[in-house]
Write a protein that binds this ligand. Sequence first.
Ligand SMILES: [Cu+2]
Length: 133
Amino acid sequence: MPGVVRSCFLIVIATLAALRLAAAEPLALHIHSERAMFQVLISPGTVGTGNFVLQLMSGEGTLLPVKEATLTLSLPERGIEPLSRKAKLGADGYWSVPNVPLPFAGRWHLRIDAVTPFQNVTLEDDFDVPAGH
Ligand SMILES: [Cu+2]
């Protein structure tokens, strides 16, 4: 659908502009399925601890009415088993999980489970935590 593509594009542009203003370099993930679109920001996105912000949107780019959101991380190459944390809803409508341990560089696997009044949405992706900075 052209409308979907356009709204997604605008959100990415807005996010990039916001990042530039903040002069920070968080990791940004964009996970888009048929029914949902999740934008994930991880700052600082290096080895240590990271603050996760989850923007949970419908496929059309509007905020989902999420009742509960869970972030699950694992690092298979290091044998780190999936560990889940509940996200907290902020006044801006985004969900956050502060101070998440990212003890090793490598390819982490991320899963987000969102519970809405109508459905449960799960999206997954991988992201790289770079070695050294
Ligand atoms: Cu999208």
